[in-house]
Design a protein around this ligand. Sequence first.
Ligand SMILES: [Zn+2]
Ligand SMILES: [Zn+2]
Length: 273
Amino acid sequence: MITINPRRIKYYCELPENKFCNLIPYNDVGEYWYKDNNSNILGVGHLDSVYPHRRNCAIGYVGGRLTVISSSLDDRLGVYLLLDVLPVMGLTYDVLLTTHEESGHSTGINFTPPPGKQYNFIFELDRQGTDDCALYQYYTSNLVAKLKEFGFNGVQGSYTDITSMNLGCVGFNFSVGYHGQHMLGCYAHVDDIQGIIPRVTRFIRDNQYTFYPYTPAPIKVYTPSIPYKWERSVEYSTGNHDEAYWRGVYVKCDICQARDSTVHYSRTFRNYL
Ligand SMILES: [Zn+2]
Ligand SMILES: [Zn+2]
């Protein structure tokens, strides 16, 4: 069992996006980083964050627990697990790293797999807490039951990279251990991260040869209501975050709950302000 290295998490939290080109090939047309490892599953993470990455990470003890504090844990912690940890656990997967996720415009939408490749499923480690797996447009009671076998609560979720992607298969976004994302005090206890690794590993290892197909539903148009209720109105099956933003109506950011965020509203929405 690999031991989590907080200094390595700090390294990833503080690394500028352009330095990832040294670790994994960059596609400058699609604005994503992609490594084909000859696998039939794909691990996804995002490199952007709400606050700048530079020197923003502290390691210390909080309530007696070794803890990493950084606004970049969302999603550099997931990226650390993808690049450093899960391969050591014996998993092989292709890797896609995106940007612009925090504004609801993940560049994952630009990604198409190499010709002839069909992924069995895609997965991401960009969910707060320790026990969830967010399913977005892929949500079904069958998947929730499957996740329960592996100790995860299948939940709806609101948005991450895999929400913007349609690769003909479902996507899973697992809890990665951080709390308080989109705040400077975002933190993760190292023992929590340690506890997540064997469960995520077991899920991926036991399912990687099972094809989980997904066919997107037709795009629906819905009528806005004031005040806007994201949870009820958003059409998850479109895979298109923009649809959730309606002209002239202030919506609560589902990512951070703010009403006036300049960070999370999509470009489309801001154009209407
Ligand atoms: Zn994130
Ligand atoms: Zn975020």
